[in-house]
Design a protein around this ligand. Sequence first.
Ligand SMILES: [Zn+2]
Length: 68
Amino acid sequence: MGILHLLNFNCVFPTCNFKCNNVEEIEFLKHLKEKHSEELLKISKKEKMSIKAVEMITTSNSSVFINT
Ligand SMILES: [Zn+2]
C-alpha cells in the first residue's frame, strides 16, 4: 500500500476559483485537464515546454503547503 499524499490546492489561474482540500495530486490534475487544457496548451507553446511540464509546474504552484 502506498502512502497517500494529500494536499490542499488553490487553482493558480486567476479566472478560476477552484479550491480543493485534502486531495491527491491526481484530483487536481483532473481539474487542470478538464478546465484548463487550452491555457496549458498556450503556456506550453509560449514557454516551449511540454504539456506535462506545464501541468507539473501549475500543480506545484497551485498547491498550498500547510504546517500540521
Ligand atoms: Zn482551475
